[in-house]
Design a protein around this ligand. Structure first.
Ligand SMILES: Nc1nc2c(ncn2[C@@H]2O[C@H](COP(=O)(O)OP(=O)(O)OP(=O)(O)O)[C@@H](O)[C@H]2O)c(=O)[nH]1
Ligand SMILES: [Mg+2]
Length: 395
């Protein structure tokens, strides 16, 4: 019999400068993350607060009311959209008696569930330890206080923290060494791939349809309606048509191919520990011959998703104005879920993009055509779109 999923309560703070609809959108995304982690969302709640409460972030009065509500509904988990310190999480747990996760902790849990390959597992464990290390202090403050209370330096709590920190640092060093080794293995594999085939990487916001597009282009891939379904980079060969110019009739007629790699998706506030840990996986993006940026055109937050993708690409060293920038194609996917006026509006906003439905194969010949012409070769001069420009909000 299938186990019933644990139920959770989601909260986010709305400060005086935040628009309520934005916070609602963020809570909706948090609900998707919670669902992808195996939770059932019972309630979403915005907590309006002009000031952040130092100890509990949300303030003890509102938290107490939430704890009472959770107790009535039999909910055991509280998930917060805001980034909390370790001591704030501990204070919330103590006050509410609920298991408390922040957004970063939730994303890390999803990655832990999904990691399959040795490399993905090591990357996720490294990110988890980097996340936990500065939080250890909070977990042991009661012991520290005990130690301090009797006038001892290095009381039992401090000693325990030091032991834990040392163990974690040792493990972090081990993992970094292992990842460096795996990166070398990956490099050797990369060199062993069929020579002369251009390599294209699919990037984009999580759940946009990257794996579906991989499947449409190469016949392989397992798309799933979950955030972060893909963690491991999968590379497959795609047929791009014949080397044959239909107008001039020239060309050898030989089949043309390229390699297409599917990658881990991006998200707003992707924990920097994960970006750092996935450095080598994301290295595939930096070294690719071309990028195909896949976006869910039917998502109400399309433009924000694009800005997040633009900023994350910059963070990993792919700025479109760099001299060695790769050619980029924007694929506005899932247009089967849009009406004609919406598609026309999109055409105005993103004239250079291909509108596609990877699920049913619409737009795929156009994408193949772009790949055939653009790789290998210098990037075609083009005007950058707004989402690709540096954005102080995401740096
Ligand atoms: N209607 C529609 N659904 C699509 C389309 N492309 C993908 N989907 C659906 O969107 C969901 C996510 O697709 P994936 O291909 O797994 O998305 P992804 O970008 O690889 O997601 P992650 O690996 O989780 O980051 C799946 O349920 C797909 O069936 C499309 O063109 N139209
Ligand atoms: Mg995927």
């Amino acid at each position: 019999m299938a186990e019933t999923p644990p139920r959770c309560l989601l909260i986010a703070r709305q400060g005086p400068e935040d628009r309520e609809d934005r916070i609602q959108d963020h809570l909706l995304e948090l609900a998707e993350l919670a669902r992808s982690c195996g939770f059932e969302v019972q309630t979403r709640r915005i907590l309006k607060r002009s000031q952040i409460a130092t100890r509990t972030f949300y303030g003890s009065g509102q938290l107490q009311a939430l704890a009472d509500e959770a107790a009535r509904q039999g909910v055991r988990h509280l998930i917060c959209d805001d980034e909390l310190s370790g001591s704030q999480v501990n204070a919330i747990v103590k006050l509410t008696n609920l298991i408390c996760l922040d957004r970063t902790g939730l994303i890390l849990s999803i990655f832990e569930q999904r990691a399959q390959s040795r490399e993905a597992k090591a990357q996720v464990e490294l990110a988890r330890l980097e996340y936990e290390l500065p939080r250890l202090k909070g977990a042991w403050t009661h012991l520290e206080r005990q130690g301090g209370g009797v006038g001892l330096r290095g009381g039992p709590g401090e000693t325990q923290i030091e032991v834990d920190r040392r163990m974690i640092r040792t493990r972090i060093s081990q993992l970094k060494r292992e990842l460096t080794h795996l990166e070398q293995v990956r490099e050797t594999q990369r060199q062993g791939r069929p020579q002369g085939l251009p390599r294209v990487v699919l990037v984009g916001y999580t759940n946009a349809g990257k794996t579906t597009l991989l499947k449409a282009l190469t016949g392989e891939g397992e798309p799933r309606d979950l955030l972060f379904a893909t963690l491991d980079t999968t590379t497959r060969k795609a047929w791009l048509g014949q080397d044959f110019d239909v107008v001039t009739g020239e060309g050898s007629g030989a089949p043309k191919h390229c390699l297409v790699a599917d990658t881990v998706g991006f998200i707003r506030k992707l924990p920097h520990q994960l970006v750092a840990a996935f450095r080598s996986t994301l290295g595939e993006v930096r070294t690719a011959d071309a990028l195909v940026v896949v976006a869910d055109a039917a998502h109400p937050d399309l433009e924000e998703h694009l800005r997040v993708v633009g900023a994350t690409l910059r963070e990993i060293g792919c700025a479109p104005e760099d001299d060695d920038a790769q050619p980029r194609l924007l694929v506005l996917n899932q247009v089967d879920r849009l009406h004609r006026p919406q598609k026309l509006d999109l055409k105005k906003r993103h004239p250079g993009a291909v509108q596609a439905c990877a699920l049913h194969g619409t737009g795929i010949p156009e994408i193949r055509g772009w790949l055939r012409e653009l790789i290998p070769g210098p990037p075609m001069p083009r005007e950058l779109e707004a989402w690709e420009l540096p954005d102080p909000a995401y740096s």
